[in-house]
Design a protein around this ligand. Structure first.
Ligand SMILES: Nc1ncnc2c1ncn2[C@@H]1O[C@H](COP(=O)(O)OP(=O)(O)OP(=O)(O)O)[C@@H](O)[C@H]1O
Length: 690
């Protein structure tokens, strides 16, 4: 609402002439009496007040409405009273207005030149919320029911200054006879509407002055100006309070969000003083919030954390790695420090620090990186006594956080078991796998332990965490542990013992908490005896040993797994699930499956693709299965008289089976060169599995 000066004079409702702009000071007693007399006539006749030249038009309309409402102009106690409960609710509802306006009213009331003023605060319906006046005035006004809880609307008491200012939404000064009720007609009242930010009227402020026997003078004019500026002041204060209230609410919401997140947050001012710390950050530092707030950040954390740099440059720092040590723990965090800038991007108030547990990030990274542990004990297929016992043992072991060594031929499902153990013991943490045989020896160390920035040629600029760090909070699966270079073994052992890792080129240990599951298809203990594997590391890793049975000793499971793979593969490829011919079934059951489940799975991929007319026949099996001399293992050699050539051929085939078709291992065992072995494959028509 605009209450500029022009509007102000426009808003004055006076009694001298029909011109609304005339100041009250110009009202003379003659007009005053003219209105008074006319009102008595108007009440008892049907005369239209709009037609009276001395009547203000808005007042005239209000009189007509008042009459229509049936207001009794001769009543002594004005208006009706709200019932106490309803009034308490109203007060509650208008708490902010009352709390804001009352101190103003009290403060400025005494500044007024005359003491015959009476001040009223109403709500937007005209209900009186608060009154103030000197003893004499108060008593007089009390007698006419000018007290909190009285409903003084146009409907209940007819035309008044405040009823008009609500109706017209502007300040109104009203000469006594214009009031509809006779008991008010010796007063001069000034009223201003109080509006909220959206322009809605939320109340009125009224100053009433008893003018009976007094001259109309400048003070009345001033009282309007005075009530208007007070209205302004109340509105401004209300807006401020509302904004404060909104800010407080925003602050409460922010606090609630910050205490709900499981990351630590600290805010600092531009001098590095901690201004706020959320619950999680207090937990990280093992302190109580009041012990931290208002302290310099260096009292809480290492000076090396580059807070000063952010405060100086206004540039953020992301993922700074630091170990936070408190009385109870030592944990690695990634810290992001963001400067608090203003809208134009100038550096302003300070900085916000965020502490994220690196193991969480690692878990995300590893999940995204594809080394997610999907298998559980329930998803391991097998009904044989051998596999059931293995699963039972593995479940037991999974409940104890000690190193576990999984032993078994290639393709028996060692990784599957490792995943199942992980998911049964620390499913929330990352599962990080490292195959020691598939990584060049010179890279194993950095893969395992990570490295600091610039620690060797080709290293990433910012350095990188190793698999051990990435496994923090979860499981590190070291597959083919027999291939772990002997020179790295003592470092790994130290790390397993101390639960700390030192990155290559680094100068501080990073605390880590991870479970180790190692796997091997080699005879690791034999390697220890041959000095190819360190005994201390072996005993550290093999606290629990689990032997995964080869497929050939899981007779009952071969057909179960065959069916499972055929169905899975067909479904994946959108094919009808083929049946197995009788001789194929016999072959599969009797074959020794040197490559175990992996070989069976691959054989079924081949067979499903080769099958015709919904049937898998012998021809649809891979060569090495068709050509298998099932009953020709070396034990039976003694029963037959064989040529040297046949003996050599069988020796090669058996060794191949034994090594899971690993050419290098086969050549090793047969003590011949790899080139010779390949030549013999050709010579004897031996085909390696695809
Ligand atoms: N019980 C089982 N149920 C379903 N699939 C299985 C089962 N056991 C193994 N497999 C499947 O067989 C394959 C080989 O398993 P896995 O890689 O765990 O063997 P491994 O012993 O770790 O082999 P390697 O020693 O060569 O690393 C995988 O494709 C796996 O999904």
């Amino acid at each position: 609402m605009d209450r500029t000066k022009a509007n102000y004079s426009n808003g004055v409702q006076i009694s001298t002439t029909t011109d609304n702009n005339d100041p009250l000071i110009e009202m003379n007693l003659e007009t005053w009496n003219k209105i008074k007399n006319f009102k008595t006539r108007f009440i008892s006749s049907n005369e239209d007040p709009k037609k009276m030249s001395f009547m203000n038009l808005d007042v005239a309309k209000s009189w007509s409405r008042s009459k229509k409402y049936g207001v009794d102009p001769y009543m002594q106690a004005l208006g009706s009273n709200m019932n106490p409960q309803e009034f308490r609710d109203r007060i509650n509802n208008k708490k902010m207005l009352i709390e804001t306006a009352v101190p103003f009213i009290k403060k400025y009331y005494h500044v007024l030149a005359n003491s015959d003023y009476y001040m009223i605060l109403t709500d937007e319906t005209g209900t009186i919320l608060f009154t103030l006046g000197e003893q004499g005035e108060a008593n007089a006004f009390y007698a006419i029911n000018a007290r909190p809880g009285a409903i003084w609307s146009e409907q209940t008491i007819g035309t008044t200054a405040h009823a008009l200012s609500i109706q017209l939404c502007k300040p109104v000064q009203l000469a006594g006879p214009y009031n509809y009720c006779m008991v008010l007609q010796d007063n001069i009242s000034s009223s201003t509407p109080i509006v909220d930010e959206t322009g809605d009227i939320i109340g009125t402020l009224v100053v009433v002055q008893m003018t009976a026997n007094r001259n109309i003078n400048k003070t009345q004019i001033h009282s309007l100006g005075w009530v208007i500026s007070m209205g302004y002041a109340i509105e401004n204060e209300l807006q401020l309070r509302n904004r404060n209230h909104d800010l407080n609410e925003l602050n409460d919401t922010l606090q609630a969000i910050l205490s709900a997140v499981d990351e630590g947050f600290i805010t600092l001012n531009n001098e590095g003083i901690i201004t706020h710390i959320n619950k999680e950050a207090a937990k990280i530092f093992g302190k109580l919030t009041p012990d931290i707030e208002n302290k310099h950040f260096t009292e809480l954390m290492s000076k090396q954390i580059p807070v000063d740099k952010v405060l100086e440059t206004g540039k953020p720092i992301h993922d700074y790695e630091a170990t936070i040590v408190n009385d109870k723990s030592e944990v690695q965090y990634l810290i992001t420090i963001e400067p608090i800038l203003n809208e134009t991007g100038e550096f302003l108030a300070g900085a916000v620090m965020r502490f994220s547990r690196s193991e969480k990030i690692n878990r995300l990274v590893t999940h995204r990186g594809g080394t997610e542990a999907t298998y559980t004990f329930n998803s391991i297929i097998g009904e044989s006594t051998a596999i059931k016992k293995t699963i039972k043992d593995a479940i037991k072991v999974s409940q104890i956080p000690a190193c576990t060594l999984l032993m078994g031929e290639s393709g028996t499902g060692k990784e599957l078991f490792a995943q199942a153990i992980h998911n049964n013991s620390r499913p929330e943490g990352p599962f990080v796998a490292l195959n020691c045989a598939s990584i060049p020896r010179n890279l194993i160390e950095s893969e395992l332990f990570g490295y600091e920035a610039g620690s060797f040629t080709g290293a990433e600029r910012r350095g990188r965490p190793g698999k051990i760090e990435l496994a923090n909070g979860g499981t590190l699966f070291l597959d083919e542990i027999g291939d772990m270079p002997i020179e790295i073994q003592p470092v790994l052992l130290r790390c397993l013992q101390d639960k700390k890792v030192l990155r290559l080129g680094g100068n501080h240990y990073i605390p880590v908490d991870f479970r180790v599951i190692a796997a091997t298809n080699k005879d690791l203990y034999h390697m220890v005896q041959e000095k190819q594997f360190r005994e201390d590391l072996y005993f550290r890793l093999a606290v629990f040993k689990i032997m995964i049975p080869p497929l050939r000793s899981r007779d009952d499971d071969i057909i179960l797994l065959t069916q499972y793979f055929i169905e899975q593969i067909s479904q994946r490829m959108g094919l009808i699930v083929p049946r197995l011919s009788k001789d194929v079934l016999t072959k599969i059951k009797n074959y020794s499956w040197p490559g175990n489940i992996r070989q069976l799975e691959n054989a079924m991929v081949y067979a499903v693709n080769m099958a015709q007319d919904g049937l898998i026949t012998m021809n649809n099996l891979p060569d090495e299965i068709i050509n298998d001399y099932h009953d020709s293992d070396m034990d039976s050699i003694s029963d037959h008289l064989l040529s040297m050539v046949e003996i050599e051929k069988r020796a090669i085939k058996n060794t191949l089976k034994h090594t899971g078709y690993n050419v290098a291992d086969t050549a090793d065992i047969l003590e011949i060169g790899k080139t010779t072995l390949y030549r013999k494959f050709k010579e004897y028509d031996i085909v390696l599995p695809k």
